[in-house]
Design a protein around this ligand. Sequence first.
Ligand SMILES: [Ca+2]
Ligand SMILES: [Ca+2]
Length: 433
Amino acid sequence: MTPLTPPPAPLDVSPSHRSRPRLRALTAGLLAAAVLGAPAPTAAESAESSESSESSESPASVESSGSAEETVTSASSRQASARGRLVRVSVMASGLDVPWDVRPIGGRTLLLTQRDTATLHTWRRGVVRRVRFPSRQVWVSGETGLMGLEVDPRFQRNRRFYTCQGATRSGGAHDVRVIAWRLSKDATRAGRPEVLLKGIPATSGRHGGCRLTVTSNGALLVGTGDAATSSNPQDTTSLGGKTLRLNRATGRPWPTNPWPDARSKKRRYVLTYGHRNVQGVMQRRNGTLWSIEHGSYRDDEVNLLRKGGNYGWDPGPGYDESVPMTDHSLPGRQRSARWRSGEPTIAPSGGTFVGGREWGPLKGTMAVAALKGSQMLFLRFDSDNRLTRVRAPRALKQHGRLRTVVQLPGGSLVALTSNGDGDDEMLRIRPGA
Ligand SMILES: [Ca+2]
Ligand SMILES: [Ca+2]
Protein backbone atom coordinates (compact mmCIF):
# COMPACT_ATOMS: atom_id res chain seq x y z
CA MET A 1 0.00 0.00 0.00
CA THR A 2 1.29 3.43 -0.91
CA PRO A 3 1.77 5.90 1.91
CA LEU A 4 0.09 9.16 1.07
CA THR A 5 0.75 12.68 2.17
CA PRO A 6 -2.39 14.56 3.10
CA PRO A 7 -2.49 18.32 2.90
CA PRO A 8 -0.81 19.97 5.84
CA ALA A 9 -3.01 21.12 8.66
CA PRO A 10 -3.52 24.85 9.04
CA LEU A 11 -1.32 25.96 11.87
CA ASP A 12 -0.73 29.00 13.91
CA VAL A 13 2.53 30.84 14.20
CA SER A 14 4.19 31.54 17.48
CA PRO A 15 7.05 33.87 16.71
CA SER A 16 9.07 33.44 19.87
CA HIS A 17 10.10 30.21 21.55
CA ARG A 18 10.57 31.75 24.91
CA SER A 19 8.34 34.76 25.27
CA ARG A 20 6.20 34.72 28.37
CA PRO A 21 3.45 32.13 28.08
CA ARG A 22 0.60 34.60 28.55
CA LEU A 23 1.79 36.89 25.78
CA ARG A 24 2.53 33.93 23.59
CA ALA A 25 -0.88 32.42 24.25
CA LEU A 26 -2.50 35.69 23.29
CA THR A 27 -0.45 35.93 20.12
CA ALA A 28 -1.15 32.33 19.25
CA GLY A 29 -4.84 32.88 19.88
CA LEU A 30 -5.02 35.88 17.60
CA LEU A 31 -3.12 34.18 14.84
CA ALA A 32 -5.13 31.03 15.34
CA ALA A 33 -8.30 33.00 14.85
CA ALA A 34 -6.89 33.97 11.50
CA VAL A 35 -5.56 30.67 10.27
CA LEU A 36 -7.19 27.88 12.25
CA GLY A 37 -10.74 26.87 11.73
CA ALA A 38 -10.25 25.68 8.20
CA PRO A 39 -12.28 22.57 7.61
CA ALA A 40 -10.10 19.51 7.59
CA PRO A 41 -9.87 17.71 4.29
CA THR A 42 -12.37 14.95 3.76
CA ALA A 43 -10.98 11.51 3.25
CA ALA A 44 -11.64 11.83 -0.46
CA GLU A 45 -9.92 15.19 -0.70
CA SER A 46 -6.89 14.06 1.19
CA ALA A 47 -6.59 10.94 -0.91
CA GLU A 48 -6.81 13.03 -4.07
CA SER A 49 -4.28 15.66 -3.06
CA SER A 50 -2.03 12.99 -1.66
CA GLU A 51 -1.60 11.38 -5.02
CA SER A 52 -0.03 14.50 -6.41
CA SER A 53 2.03 15.38 -3.35
CA GLU A 54 3.57 11.92 -3.35
CA SER A 55 5.86 13.06 -6.12
CA SER A 56 5.75 16.84 -5.89
CA GLU A 57 6.28 17.29 -2.14
CA SER A 58 4.68 20.73 -2.33
CA PRO A 59 1.99 20.99 0.31
CA ALA A 60 -1.50 21.21 -1.05
CA SER A 61 -3.18 24.40 0.04
CA VAL A 62 -5.91 24.32 2.61
CA GLU A 63 -8.15 27.32 2.47
CA SER A 64 -9.00 29.06 5.64
CA SER A 65 -12.60 29.65 6.47
CA GLY A 66 -14.51 30.61 9.56
CA SER A 67 -12.99 31.86 12.76
CA ALA A 68 -13.72 29.16 15.29
CA GLU A 69 -10.61 28.50 17.30
CA GLU A 70 -11.19 24.80 17.20
CA THR A 71 -11.32 23.00 13.92
CA VAL A 72 -14.60 21.34 14.68
CA THR A 73 -16.77 20.77 11.69
CA SER A 74 -18.53 17.46 11.87
CA ALA A 75 -21.94 16.76 13.36
CA SER A 76 -20.46 14.38 15.92
CA SER A 77 -18.08 17.10 17.09
CA ARG A 78 -20.81 19.68 17.33
CA GLN A 79 -22.79 17.67 19.82
CA ALA A 80 -19.72 17.22 22.00
CA SER A 81 -18.81 20.87 22.22
CA ALA A 82 -21.55 23.25 21.30
CA ARG A 83 -19.52 26.19 22.58
CA GLY A 84 -16.28 24.50 21.84
CA ARG A 85 -14.75 22.96 24.94
CA LEU A 86 -13.12 19.83 23.67
CA VAL A 87 -10.93 19.48 26.74
CA ARG A 88 -10.53 20.70 30.31
CA VAL A 89 -7.04 21.42 31.60
CA SER A 90 -5.78 21.61 35.18
CA VAL A 91 -2.29 22.03 36.65
CA MET A 92 -0.94 18.95 38.46
CA ALA A 93 2.49 20.35 39.30
CA SER A 94 4.43 23.55 38.72
CA GLY A 95 8.00 24.70 39.32
CA LEU A 96 9.40 21.99 37.05
CA ASP A 97 12.52 22.52 34.95
CA VAL A 98 12.29 21.32 31.34
CA PRO A 99 10.51 18.05 32.10
CA TRP A 100 10.93 15.74 29.11
CA ASP A 101 8.93 12.58 29.64
CA VAL A 102 6.45 11.08 32.09
CA ARG A 103 4.88 7.67 32.73
CA PRO A 104 2.39 6.20 35.20
CA ILE A 105 3.92 3.53 37.47
CA GLY A 106 0.76 2.42 39.30
CA GLY A 107 -0.64 3.55 42.63
CA ARG A 108 -1.64 6.87 41.03
CA THR A 109 2.05 7.70 40.88
CA LEU A 110 3.95 9.15 37.93
CA LEU A 111 7.64 9.04 37.11
CA LEU A 112 9.16 11.94 35.17
CA THR A 113 12.50 12.98 33.69
CA GLN A 114 13.91 16.51 33.49
CA ARG A 115 16.36 16.99 30.65
CA ASP A 116 18.83 19.66 31.73
CA THR A 117 19.14 18.82 35.42
CA ALA A 118 19.16 15.11 34.46
CA THR A 119 16.89 14.41 37.38
CA LEU A 120 14.19 11.84 37.97
CA HIS A 121 11.14 12.56 40.13
CA THR A 122 7.94 10.92 41.22
CA TRP A 123 4.59 12.70 41.40
CA ARG A 124 1.80 11.54 43.69
CA ARG A 125 -1.24 13.54 44.79
CA GLY A 126 0.42 16.82 43.84
CA VAL A 127 3.68 16.08 45.62
CA VAL A 128 6.87 15.90 43.55
CA ARG A 129 9.76 13.92 45.07
CA ARG A 130 13.25 13.52 43.75
CA VAL A 131 14.47 9.99 43.05
CA ARG A 132 18.14 9.19 43.78
CA PHE A 133 19.64 8.79 40.33
CA PRO A 134 23.22 9.20 38.96
CA SER A 135 22.52 12.56 37.32
CA ARG A 136 26.19 13.47 37.04
CA GLN A 137 26.77 10.55 34.70
CA VAL A 138 24.32 12.01 32.21
CA TRP A 139 25.88 14.16 29.49
CA VAL A 140 23.78 17.32 29.19
CA SER A 141 24.30 19.62 26.22
CA GLY A 142 21.79 21.63 24.22
CA GLU A 143 18.86 19.42 23.26
CA THR A 144 20.42 16.33 24.84
CA GLY A 145 20.28 15.23 28.49
CA LEU A 146 17.91 12.93 30.37
CA MET A 147 15.16 12.45 27.78
CA GLY A 148 12.81 9.57 26.94
CA LEU A 149 11.33 7.36 29.62
CA GLU A 150 9.41 4.09 29.47
CA VAL A 151 8.11 1.74 32.13
CA ASP A 152 8.21 -2.01 31.72
CA PRO A 153 4.78 -3.64 31.20
CA ARG A 154 5.64 -5.91 34.16
CA PHE A 155 6.77 -3.00 36.33
CA GLN A 156 4.61 -4.05 39.29
CA ARG A 157 6.69 -7.21 39.51
CA ASN A 158 10.12 -6.18 38.21
CA ARG A 159 10.26 -2.41 39.01
CA ARG A 160 12.07 -1.96 35.70
CA PHE A 161 12.08 1.22 33.63
CA TYR A 162 14.09 2.61 30.73
CA THR A 163 15.70 5.95 29.94
CA CYS A 164 17.29 7.44 26.86
CA GLN A 165 20.10 9.78 27.86
CA GLY A 166 23.31 11.51 26.86
CA ALA A 167 26.52 9.77 27.96
CA THR A 168 30.29 10.18 27.84
CA ARG A 169 32.34 7.49 26.15
CA SER A 170 35.66 6.25 27.47
CA GLY A 171 37.65 8.49 25.10
CA GLY A 172 35.72 11.59 26.18
CA ALA A 173 33.41 11.76 23.18
CA HIS A 174 29.65 11.50 23.63
CA ASP A 175 26.78 9.30 22.60
CA VAL A 176 23.15 8.67 23.49
CA ARG A 177 22.23 5.45 25.29
CA VAL A 178 19.19 3.42 26.23
CA ILE A 179 19.53 2.21 29.81
CA ALA A 180 17.37 -0.10 31.93
CA TRP A 181 16.97 0.68 35.66
CA ARG A 182 15.28 -0.73 38.70
CA LEU A 183 13.22 1.58 40.92
CA SER A 184 13.39 0.79 44.63
CA LYS A 185 10.21 -0.45 46.28
CA ASP A 186 9.68 2.91 48.03
CA ALA A 187 10.34 4.74 44.72
CA THR A 188 13.20 6.79 46.18
CA ARG A 189 16.17 5.26 44.33
CA ALA A 190 17.00 4.11 40.80
CA GLY A 191 19.69 1.45 40.61
CA ARG A 192 21.10 -1.56 38.75
CA PRO A 193 21.70 0.24 35.45
CA GLU A 194 22.07 -1.98 32.38
CA VAL A 195 23.12 -0.31 29.14
CA LEU A 196 20.83 -1.88 26.53
CA LEU A 197 22.09 0.16 23.59
CA LYS A 198 24.95 2.63 23.18
CA GLY A 199 26.52 4.41 20.23
CA ILE A 200 23.52 6.48 19.15
CA PRO A 201 25.55 9.35 17.68
CA ALA A 202 25.92 12.74 19.35
CA THR A 203 27.85 15.87 18.42
CA SER A 204 26.96 19.17 20.09
CA GLY A 205 23.76 17.79 21.60
CA ARG A 206 21.68 19.09 18.70
CA HIS A 207 19.13 16.56 17.37
CA GLY A 208 19.62 14.07 20.20
CA GLY A 209 16.17 12.43 19.90
CA CYS A 210 15.19 10.34 21.86
CA ARG A 211 11.86 8.72 22.68
CA LEU A 212 11.02 5.21 23.91
CA THR A 213 7.93 3.04 23.85
CA VAL A 214 7.28 -0.64 24.51
CA THR A 215 4.96 -1.97 21.81
CA SER A 216 2.33 -4.69 22.14
CA ASN A 217 4.75 -7.45 21.07
CA GLY A 218 7.07 -6.46 23.92
CA ALA A 219 9.75 -4.81 21.76
CA LEU A 220 11.34 -1.55 22.85
CA LEU A 221 10.94 1.01 20.04
CA VAL A 222 13.45 3.88 20.05
CA GLY A 223 13.28 7.08 17.99
CA THR A 224 16.63 8.84 17.49
CA GLY A 225 17.97 12.12 16.11
CA ASP A 226 20.54 12.55 13.36
CA ALA A 227 23.00 14.41 15.65
CA ALA A 228 22.98 17.17 13.00
CA THR A 229 25.35 15.02 10.94
CA SER A 230 24.47 14.76 7.26
CA SER A 231 25.58 11.18 6.66
CA ASN A 232 23.65 9.58 9.54
CA PRO A 233 20.03 9.42 8.33
CA GLN A 234 20.70 7.46 5.11
CA ASP A 235 23.48 5.34 6.61
CA THR A 236 21.82 2.16 7.86
CA THR A 237 24.96 1.29 9.84
CA SER A 238 24.48 4.39 12.01
CA LEU A 239 21.94 4.48 14.85
CA GLY A 240 21.19 8.18 14.23
CA GLY A 241 18.11 9.46 12.39
CA LYS A 242 16.38 6.10 12.83
CA THR A 243 13.72 4.18 14.59
CA LEU A 244 15.25 1.13 16.26
CA ARG A 245 13.79 -1.97 17.85
CA LEU A 246 15.34 -4.11 20.49
CA ASN A 247 14.67 -6.76 23.08
CA ARG A 248 14.01 -4.86 26.29
CA ALA A 249 15.38 -7.64 28.48
CA THR A 250 18.66 -8.31 26.67
CA GLY A 251 19.29 -5.24 24.51
CA ARG A 252 19.64 -7.49 21.45
CA PRO A 253 18.19 -6.42 18.09
CA TRP A 254 14.53 -7.37 17.64
CA PRO A 255 14.44 -10.58 15.56
CA THR A 256 11.89 -9.37 13.00
CA ASN A 257 13.76 -6.15 12.19
CA PRO A 258 14.40 -5.77 8.43
CA TRP A 259 18.11 -6.66 8.54
CA PRO A 260 18.54 -9.18 11.40
CA ASP A 261 21.59 -10.82 9.83
CA ALA A 262 23.43 -7.70 8.69
CA ARG A 263 27.19 -7.72 9.10
CA SER A 264 26.94 -4.36 10.86
CA LYS A 265 25.59 -4.97 14.34
CA LYS A 266 24.06 -1.49 14.38
CA ARG A 267 22.15 -2.17 11.19
CA ARG A 268 20.39 -5.09 12.89
CA TYR A 269 18.68 -2.60 15.21
CA VAL A 270 17.23 -0.43 12.43
CA LEU A 271 13.49 -0.52 11.81
CA THR A 272 13.27 2.63 9.62
CA TYR A 273 15.75 5.26 8.41
CA GLY A 274 16.01 8.69 6.82
CA HIS A 275 14.66 10.62 9.83
CA ARG A 276 15.83 14.04 11.05
CA ASN A 277 15.03 14.21 14.76
CA VAL A 278 12.44 11.76 16.05
CA GLN A 279 10.66 13.17 19.11
CA GLY A 280 7.75 10.75 19.42
CA VAL A 281 7.16 7.02 18.85
CA MET A 282 3.83 5.32 19.44
CA GLN A 283 1.54 2.46 18.52
CA ARG A 284 -2.03 2.79 17.29
CA ARG A 285 -4.64 0.32 18.51
CA ASN A 286 -4.67 -1.32 15.07
CA GLY A 287 -1.06 -2.32 15.74
CA THR A 288 0.63 0.19 13.44
CA LEU A 289 3.75 2.02 14.62
CA TRP A 290 4.20 5.79 14.17
CA SER A 291 6.80 8.47 14.69
CA ILE A 292 6.76 12.24 15.10
CA GLU A 293 9.74 14.29 14.00
CA HIS A 294 10.94 17.86 13.78
CA GLY A 295 11.11 19.43 10.34
CA SER A 296 13.82 21.80 9.18
CA TYR A 297 12.33 25.24 8.49
CA ARG A 298 9.31 23.38 7.12
CA ASP A 299 7.44 20.09 7.31
CA ASP A 300 7.41 18.60 10.74
CA GLU A 301 6.20 15.07 10.10
CA VAL A 302 4.03 12.32 11.51
CA ASN A 303 5.08 9.08 9.87
CA LEU A 304 3.56 5.63 9.63
CA LEU A 305 6.50 3.28 10.15
CA ARG A 306 7.07 0.55 7.55
CA LYS A 307 9.70 -2.09 8.16
CA GLY A 308 12.87 -1.01 6.35
CA GLY A 309 11.26 2.22 5.12
CA ASN A 310 13.30 5.24 4.06
CA TYR A 311 11.67 8.49 5.25
CA GLY A 312 13.75 10.62 2.93
CA TRP A 313 15.94 12.98 4.99
CA ASP A 314 19.38 13.40 3.43
CA PRO A 315 20.86 16.80 4.27
CA GLY A 316 24.30 16.17 2.80
CA PRO A 317 26.84 17.24 2.09
CA GLY A 318 27.54 19.77 4.81
CA TYR A 319 24.22 19.44 6.65
CA ASP A 320 22.29 21.35 4.03
CA GLU A 321 18.83 21.84 5.53
CA SER A 322 17.30 23.34 2.41
CA VAL A 323 16.54 19.86 1.08
CA PRO A 324 13.00 18.45 1.45
CA MET A 325 12.10 16.56 4.62
CA THR A 326 11.13 13.69 2.33
CA ASP A 327 13.33 13.80 -0.75
CA HIS A 328 11.78 11.56 -3.40
CA SER A 329 14.72 12.22 -5.74
CA LEU A 330 16.89 9.92 -3.64
CA PRO A 331 17.49 6.42 -5.04
CA GLY A 332 14.69 3.95 -4.37
CA ARG A 333 11.44 4.64 -2.61
CA GLN A 334 10.88 7.24 0.09
CA ARG A 335 7.89 7.18 2.42
CA SER A 336 5.77 10.30 2.57
CA ALA A 337 4.50 11.68 5.85
CA ARG A 338 0.92 11.07 7.02
CA TRP A 339 0.79 14.61 8.40
CA ARG A 340 3.15 17.50 7.90
CA SER A 341 3.14 21.03 9.15
CA GLY A 342 4.01 22.83 5.96
CA GLU A 343 5.82 26.09 6.70
CA PRO A 344 6.40 27.24 9.37
CA THR A 345 7.09 24.33 11.66
CA ILE A 346 5.51 23.93 15.10
CA ALA A 347 8.13 21.57 16.60
CA PRO A 348 5.94 18.63 17.62
CA SER A 349 7.34 16.44 20.37
CA GLY A 350 5.82 13.38 21.98
CA GLY A 351 2.34 12.11 21.27
CA THR A 352 -0.07 9.32 21.99
CA PHE A 353 -3.18 7.73 20.57
CA VAL A 354 -6.15 8.63 22.74
CA GLY A 355 -8.42 5.79 23.86
CA GLY A 356 -11.69 5.68 25.77
CA ARG A 357 -15.31 6.48 24.96
CA GLU A 358 -15.29 9.49 27.27
CA TRP A 359 -13.12 11.30 24.73
CA GLY A 360 -16.03 11.59 22.31
CA PRO A 361 -14.86 13.35 19.15
CA LEU A 362 -11.21 12.94 20.18
CA LYS A 363 -11.40 9.18 20.78
CA GLY A 364 -8.89 7.38 18.60
CA THR A 365 -7.04 10.53 17.56
CA MET A 366 -3.30 11.02 17.87
CA ALA A 367 -2.57 13.77 20.42
CA VAL A 368 0.61 15.64 19.49
CA ALA A 369 2.21 18.22 21.78
CA ALA A 370 3.89 21.17 20.06
CA LEU A 371 6.80 23.16 21.46
CA LYS A 372 7.15 26.14 19.11
CA GLY A 373 3.47 25.97 18.16
CA SER A 374 2.46 26.11 21.85
CA GLN A 375 -0.59 23.93 21.35
CA MET A 376 -1.78 20.36 21.09
CA LEU A 377 -3.05 18.86 17.88
CA PHE A 378 -5.47 15.95 17.75
CA LEU A 379 -5.00 14.20 14.41
CA ARG A 380 -7.66 11.82 13.21
CA PHE A 381 -6.58 9.05 10.87
CA ASP A 382 -9.04 6.75 9.14
CA SER A 383 -8.85 2.96 9.09
CA ASP A 384 -6.37 3.22 6.19
CA ASN A 385 -4.18 5.43 8.39
CA ARG A 386 -4.92 8.51 6.30
CA LEU A 387 -5.38 11.90 7.88
CA THR A 388 -8.97 13.12 7.90
CA ARG A 389 -9.16 15.89 10.49
CA VAL A 390 -7.08 18.09 12.76
CA ARG A 391 -8.27 19.81 15.91
CA ALA A 392 -6.37 22.21 18.18
CA PRO A 393 -8.32 23.00 21.36
CA ARG A 394 -8.04 26.55 22.66
CA ALA A 395 -7.61 25.38 26.25
CA LEU A 396 -4.23 23.93 25.24
CA LYS A 397 -2.93 27.16 23.73
CA GLN A 398 -2.51 28.92 27.05
CA HIS A 399 0.40 27.09 28.60
CA GLY A 400 3.28 27.91 26.28
CA ARG A 401 5.44 25.20 24.79
CA LEU A 402 4.17 21.64 25.24
CA ARG A 403 6.71 18.81 25.31
CA THR A 404 4.84 15.55 25.36
CA VAL A 405 1.52 13.91 26.17
CA VAL A 406 0.72 10.47 27.59
CA GLN A 407 -2.51 8.76 28.65
CA LEU A 408 -3.04 7.52 32.20
CA PRO A 409 -4.85 4.27 33.06
CA GLY A 410 -7.89 6.29 34.21
CA GLY A 411 -8.16 7.86 30.75
CA SER A 412 -6.97 11.42 31.32
CA LEU A 413 -3.96 12.79 29.48
CA VAL A 414 -0.86 14.28 31.06
CA ALA A 415 1.23 16.87 29.23
CA LEU A 416 4.43 18.69 30.15
CA THR A 417 5.32 22.28 29.38
CA SER A 418 8.79 23.39 28.29
CA ASN A 419 9.11 27.12 28.90
CA GLY A 420 12.24 26.97 31.07
CA ASP A 421 13.13 29.33 33.92
CA GLY A 422 12.16 26.58 36.40
CA ASP A 423 8.52 27.42 35.86
CA ASP A 424 7.30 24.42 33.90
CA GLU A 425 4.09 22.59 34.60
CA MET A 426 2.55 19.17 34.39
CA LEU A 427 -1.00 19.41 33.08
CA ARG A 428 -3.95 17.06 33.36
CA ILE A 429 -6.25 17.06 30.35
CA ARG A 430 -9.76 15.64 30.54
CA PRO A 431 -12.53 15.47 27.98
CA GLY A 432 -14.55 18.67 27.73
CA ALA A 433 -17.72 18.89 29.80
CA1 LIG B 1 10.44 12.48 5.84
CA1 LIG C 1 13.19 8.08 -4.94
